[in-house]
Structures are given as C-alpha cells and as structure tokens.
Design a protein around this ligand. Structure first.
Ligand code: PEP
Ligand code: MN
Length: 623
C-alpha cells in the first residue's frame, strides 16, 4: 500500500509512522512523487490499510493492486530517470547506447567507441563475459575485456555498459564499468538479480527469451527490493513461431510498460531482428513508440566480428540512423542526446567544483523555452528564467550565465525577428540548436471538467494555434496573458476552478495542475527551433552546420552574386532571412544557415569569395 503523507507532517510524526511500520515487519520506501511525500509499504506486513489510515500525519492510504510494487506506476507516477555520469536515461531525452557485441581487443574497442561517439552515442556497450549458445563459441575476454572498457571510458569519454553473468564478477564490475547488464538468459537468475540490486550500479535488465511482461517486472522488483531503483528495462525480442528474424521485437511492450511502471525502457533492435538491414527501421519505430533509449550493435568490420557480426551496423549506417532519430524524436516530445559530449567539452563549461553552468531562457519555469533547454542540456546545467530576450543576451555577455537559449522560428508563426536583431547587435556565438514540438494542453485544477470552465488564459499566438478547439466553446472568455507558463501559474495561484490555461504538460507538472485536454493545437506540425548562444565559440573540429550574417549594399544583383557562390560549391542553404540595417534605409543584413563547415579547408575559396562580395561578414556560429 501507499501512504500519502500530509504536507504539514512533522519529522517526529514521520518517525513514529516509520517505526510503527518496521515494528510490524513492513518494508518501507520513502519517495517524493509529483510534489507529494509518500511511503510505499511492501512485503508481508502486520498492519492493514485501516490501521495506517489512523496514523497521525497520513492524508490517505492507497492500495497497490499489482504484484510488482516498487517498480509500479501506482507507487510512483513520475518517470524514473536513471543517471549514468551526466547521461540521463528516461525523461525527455533519448540516449543511444552503441558498441560491438563483444570486446575483442583494445584496438577494436577504441576504434568502434570513437566512431559511435562521433555519431551520437552517449554510452558504449561491449560484452566481456559472453553467454553463448555453444560452449565452443568465443566466450569473451573476461577481466581483460573489462579493463579495455575502463580504458574506453578514460580515453574516449563514454560511460560503459557490459553484461554480468555471475555474482562472482561483482567486484570486478564495480571496479571497471558504469552500467551492468543482465542478459536475456539470466532474467530469472534470482541470485544474480539480488546481487546487482546490492551493487547499486545502474542495471540494464533484458527481457527473457520467453518471458511475459509480468515476469520481467517481477525480476525488476527483485533488484528494486534490494534498494537499487536504477533499473532500465530492455526489450530485445522474444521467441515466437516466426523464424525470419532472430526474435520478434515486441514494440507493444513500450506503451504497456509506460502504463505499468515508472522505469525507463531501452530497445535493442539488434538482438531482436538479428539482421543488419532490419535494425534501423525498428530503431526508428521504437523511438516513435516512446522508447527512452536504444542499444545498437555496431562493428567497423562485422564480417570478422567474433560474435553477432550479421546484425552489427557499420559505423556510417549508425550515423545515418542517429540523424533520422534526431528528426523523429521531437515528434514524440523528446530530444536525441546528440551533441552531448561536445556540449560538455565546451570551453565555457564551468571548471569542476566551481558550481553549475547556467542557461538563461525566456518566461517562467514550465515555458516551452525551459522545456527546450532541458532537452538540450544535461541536468548539470541550471535553467534561469528571464523576462526579455534582450536580458538573455545581456546576461550571457556579462558572464552571468554561460548560455542563452532563444527561439528563432516557429513552423506556424514564422521567425522571431527580435532574436535575429539581437544576434546582429551582440557579439555572441551560436553553439548549437534544438527543435521542440509545441504541444498545447488545456490545463486546470484537479477534478474540474470543461463544462465548468468559464475562461481560458493564454498568450494570443496560443489562442490562434488552438482556434478549432476553442471555436467549440464560444461562451468561454479568452483572457490574453504574456506566456503559457504564466497562464498556468496564474490559474494555479488564483485557485479559480472556473479558469483554465493553455500550456505544456511540463508547466502542468511544475504547478501541480491537471491536463484537462491533450494536444488541442489545430496543426500538429507546430515546431519551434531554438539557438543556443554563448560567449565562446563551440570547440568543434568539423561542424555540420554554420550560421553567417552578411550585407551586400544596395546594388543590383548583389545578393544573387553571393548566392551563386553557394550554388557553385553545391552548398545546401537551410535558412535565409533578411533584416533591415538600422540607419540605412533599404539596406539589409542577411542571415544564412548552411549545411557545411564554413571554416573547413575545402571551402576556404568559397569563404574568400563571399567575403569579397559582402560589405559586412560575420560567422555567428559553427556547430
Ligand atoms: C548482448 O547484449 O550482447 C546479449 C547477449 O544480449 P541478449 O542477452 O539480449 O541475448
Ligand atoms: Mn550480441
């Protein structure tokens, strides 16, 4: 059962409750969930619900109806985020784990680790103890393999994941790796589950070859019951009658698990399909279905691989896949943790121990800009609200924050000109970009209904983006406010149960409000693109994108001449925006984004050509 504690409970009352429960042989776990302090009571317990309801400081007592308790959504409604160093698995980010099936040599591991990191992997996988179907197959390098994994972490800078096959390996695992994996064949090896539960390191728990979701969750419960909640469930295909693929990937497990448990889910399409060309389609589908992470086998020379070569992607194929995932993720409200290490390597990152890096965003906590900053940065970066765009630029310029995040354009309402002008007038660099799907919800107090709503608060653009929905309720008054998050805050603070706000689900969570209607925007293709600005340029060797500003003067054909140069070099331009130059009527500053590195040596003639034609020329960023 779950004891929801009263807000005003005293530490003394809490201790009385905990002592009483333990005297009656109950196992307890105290957690904070959706802003509430709760105690989960599990195992055989001499107290019943009525007894607990009488305890001082208890607001209510709820049963946990499922067999799995600690890992159930009933105990904890908020998603669990498993942290591995500064990588987060769960929440709004999609983490990609990649590497070979087995560690074969130091050289093989280093080569693949560098490749997968380059293409966006945030953790490296590789088996040192391989549970093979045949005793004559390669069994792994064992401790030597673990040492190589530790060297990968050291030299390449990726956290490492490997399979543990026996409790006897626990000490070595503690010493060398960041995440331990329980393989499919060991999912019900209960001594091993208890062992990793006691180790406390994050665990990837693979689903057994023929296990039900219920059995799988009970195995997770074994780990949690030992006090380790850092469990990531890994669907890797189950045995069915279908022989074409190695296993059958059960993608329906994702929405099923999302309902049953708060634990994050990783999908392994490599072992699920066993066939290289089937891996990427299933990986893309997994992200669309709501997976939190992917685990992909990659090998630079799969024909010579000592295990699972036929299902291993070539590094370039893996790179193509992460590019696709980068585009798919925002559709389901997530961000691929693509630039992760590059961001952390930024020279403006705070030196260790000097406190957290900060990023300034516009609006209140829960604003879309806040959500975008959370998707882009690791949790070590603290988001700081500001009331104007100018204040954001100023704060970065004055070193009060390391980064600013500003919207540049929205797919429905167009460019945010003020920020283009601020980029022109401030000497800052664009170090990255991120895209957020703007999904509007109608948010109100708990236990309210649309029939009782008399007014809706939102900024005018949000009203226009939700026109079809709002037209159904002509009697509801529309109250314009400055921003979505402040609308939610106002409704909350007023206590007005006849008022609702339009905003993000994050704002609803932050202010403890209820989503009355989901996704009420007319057009689902509602995306905002943000630029990340910093005082220091991104330390990239080879950028994939560059952003420039230039002016040409008011001469016939001047813009065409510059455009022609891009055409001559077959450079793809993804954005062209013009802004009037202050004090020079009818002269314009052009903003261009190109899919190329303007500073690469192969484009030096192109750059020189543009600089010759342009009156003003400045590189805003390469990233
Ligand atoms: C592996 O990840 O290399 C592995 C052996 O996986 P599974 O346990 O899913 O077969
Ligand atoms: Mn494998």
């Amino acid at each position: 059962m779950i004891l929801v504690l009263k807000k005003e409970i005293t530490p003394n009352q809490k201790n009385v409750i905990k002592n009483m429960l333990s005297d009656h042989g109950c196992i307890t776990r105290e957690i904070t969930d959706a802003g509430k302090n709760v105690i989960g009571v599990i195992g055989k317990c001499g107290l019943d619900m009525e007894d607990c309801r009488q305890l001082e400081g208890v607001e209510k007592v709820l049963p946990i109806s499922t067999a799995h308790k600690l890992v159930s959504r009933e105990l904890k409604s908020e998603d669990t985020i498993v942290r591995v160093g500064n990588v987060s698995i769960g929440g709004d980010k999609i983490a990609v784990i990649a590497g070979p099936c087995a560690i074969e040599s130091r050289e093989q591991a280093m080569t693949i680790a560098k490749e997968v990191k380059k293409y966006g992997a945030v953790l490296f996988r590789g088996g040192a103890y391989k549970p093979r179907s045949s005793p004559y197959s390669f069994q792994g390098l064992e401790e030597e393999g673990l040492k190589i994994l530790a060297q990968v972490r050291e030299e390449v800078g990726l956290g490492v994941v490997t399979e543990i096959t026996s409790p006897a390996q626990a000490d070595l695992m503690m010493k060398y790796v960041d995440v331990v994996q329980i393989g499919a064949r060991n999912m019900q090896n209960f001594e091993l589950l208890k062992c990793v539960g006691r180790m406390g390191k994050p665990v990837v728990l693979k689903r057994g070859l023929a296990s039900t979701i219920q059995e799988w969750l009970m195995s997770a419960e074994y780990i949690a019951a030992e006090g380790n909640n850092n469990v990531i469930l890994c669907e890797r295909g189950i045995r069915t009658f279908e022989p074409y693929t190695r296993n059958t990937l059960d993608l329906s497990a994702i929405p099923v698990l999302k309902k049953l448990t708060h634990l994050p889910i990783v999908i392994d399409p490599s072992h699920a399909t066993g066939i290289r060309e089937k891996v990427s389609p299933m990986a893309r589908a997994a992200v669309a279905a709501g997976a939190d992470a992917l685990m992909i086998e990659v090998h630079h020379n799969p024909d010579e691989a000592l295990s699972d070569g036929p299902q291993s992607l070539y590094p370039e194929q893996f790179g193509e896949l992460t590019r696709d995932l980068y585009v798919i993720a925002p559709v389901v409200g997530k961000q691929l943790d693509f630039d992760y290490l590059r961001k952390n390597g930024s020279p403006s990152a705070a030196p260790e121990g000097s406190g957290r890096n900060r990023v300034a965003f516009i609006g209140e906590y829960g604003a879309y800009s806040h959500k975008a900053s959370q998707g882009y940065f690791s949790d070590e970066v603290e988001a700081v609200p500001m009331s104007t765009f100018r204040a954001i630029f100023k704060a970065v310029e004055d070193n009060r924050v390391e980064y600013g995040i500003v919207p540049l354009e929205n797919t429905l309402s167009g460019s945010i000109h003020e920020n283009y002008d601020l980029l022109q007038s401030h000497d800052l660099h664009i170090v990255g970009e991120t895209t957020l799907r703007v999904k509007h919800h109608l948010i109100a107090h708990e236990n309210t209904d649309i029939s009782g709503i008399k007014r809706i608060l939102a900024p005018p653009p949000a009203f226009s983006q939700c026109r079809n929905y709002l037209d159904q309720y002509p009697d509801i008054e529309l109250v314009p406010v400055q921003a979505t998050a402040s609308a939610v805050k106002q409704v909350k603070e007023s206590g007005d149960r006849e008022a609702a706000a339009i905003g993000s689900s994050m704002a609803a969570d932050i202010f403890g409000m209820m989503v009355l209607e989901e996704a009420i925007e007319d057009n689902p293709r509602n995306y905002t693109r943000f630029a990340i600005v910093s005082k220091t340029a991104a330390p990239v060797e080879e950028a994939t994108k560059s952003c420039l500003i230039f002016s040409t003067g008011n001469k016939p054909g001047a813009l065409f001449e510059v455009m022609k140069i891009f055409n001559d070099y077959q450079i793809n331009l993804v954005k062209l925006e013009s802004r009037p130059i202050m004090g020079k009527p009818w002269e314009y500053m052009f903003y261009i984004e190109l899919e190329a590195d303007i500073d690469s040596s192969s484009l030096s003639d192109m750059k020189a050509g543009i600089m010759e034609k342009a009156e003003i020329f400045r590189i805003l960023g390469r990233y």
